[in-house]
Design a protein around this ligand. Sequence first.
Ligand SMILES: [Mg+2]
Length: 389
Amino acid sequence: MRPDPNPMTAARRIAHIDMDAFFASCELSQYPELRGLPMVVGGRGEHAPRLRADGTHAFSTLAEYSGRGVLTTATYEARALGVHSGMPTMKAARLAPHAVLLPVNFELYRRYSRLFKDAVRTVAARIEDVGIDEVYADVSELDGDAATVATRLRRAVHEATGLTCSVGIAPNKLLAKLSSDLNKPDGATILVEADVPTRVWPLPARRINGIGPKAAARLAELGIETIGELAARDAAELVARFGRAYGSWLHQAAHGVDARELVTHSEPVSISRETTFEHDLHAVRDRAALGAAFSALCERVAADLQRKGYVGRTVGVKLRFDDFTTVTRDTTLAAPVADAAGIRRAAGQCLKRIDLSRRLRLLGVRVSKLERADGAAPWRQAEFGFDPE
Ligand SMILES: [Mg+2]
């Protein structure tokens, strides 16, 4: 017998709204002349477009890049040349030297992210924020059929941002997320429980959010490639192979079952900032530069804490040396801190416990064991997914 796909309420209707190629789309809205060209995001400020006297922009290309960064995003035209997000920028430069290079502009992406989420809120009051470019919305109570609701959502987002999104509407979060991906870009997919065998089961198992590359490889070893093949296995077999929690989740997911509620509040577990140096720094010979970078990191962490309304009890540092070894140390304080001086004092104590004879590539500062500055209890770990698709 198939489990009930929606045990909470039979009439539940959840939308997943996912911006299309989000970072690239934000940049193209600023520089429409780049449409259709291979373009990547991953440069520094020096790679910002320069305005020429005739009003056009002069862009940097990948060939001009040197350094240790990785690409944040790549347009479809750039991907056709073999580059992709997460690839070292120097490697991408060898594959696509003429691709346009833009600096990362998180301020721009955050601005569009806010516009997008506010637009969704004008349609549906209850939303779960799952990342910079995606949200779930509970649309159970809205008038109209699911297709009408999807159109309203897409129109609201487009009017607010000028950008396109893809929408999936289904009885639960699992199916909504899966369906927003079925008609990308600028599309909508409506799934109902009865569609699971015909529209979900033919899909590869890895299309389920929660089946990563490792799990997909183990499923393939068992002869399971599609969601339908997974659904055909006994729950007991999956539990025997994957353990009780994941095995029974796999069984339920393959049948389109997901009782999770929308999480409309979320709290971070920690707040951290880190910086990779352009050139490796030595604790003694580059003392001034390192000290300035350290103070700046503590100030940024303090500003993040204060803006978000937290104080933290544990302060830690992360160092990566020129041989790529990484070391962390932390210390827990008697009273929580949120100010830059307090964070720097505690982080400085952590640094004293580390052998600093090697040169440093990276330095990070983290504050954890967070509490609300106003005394309210922390709630749950936030999911900060970055899905630039
Ligand atoms: Mg997306």
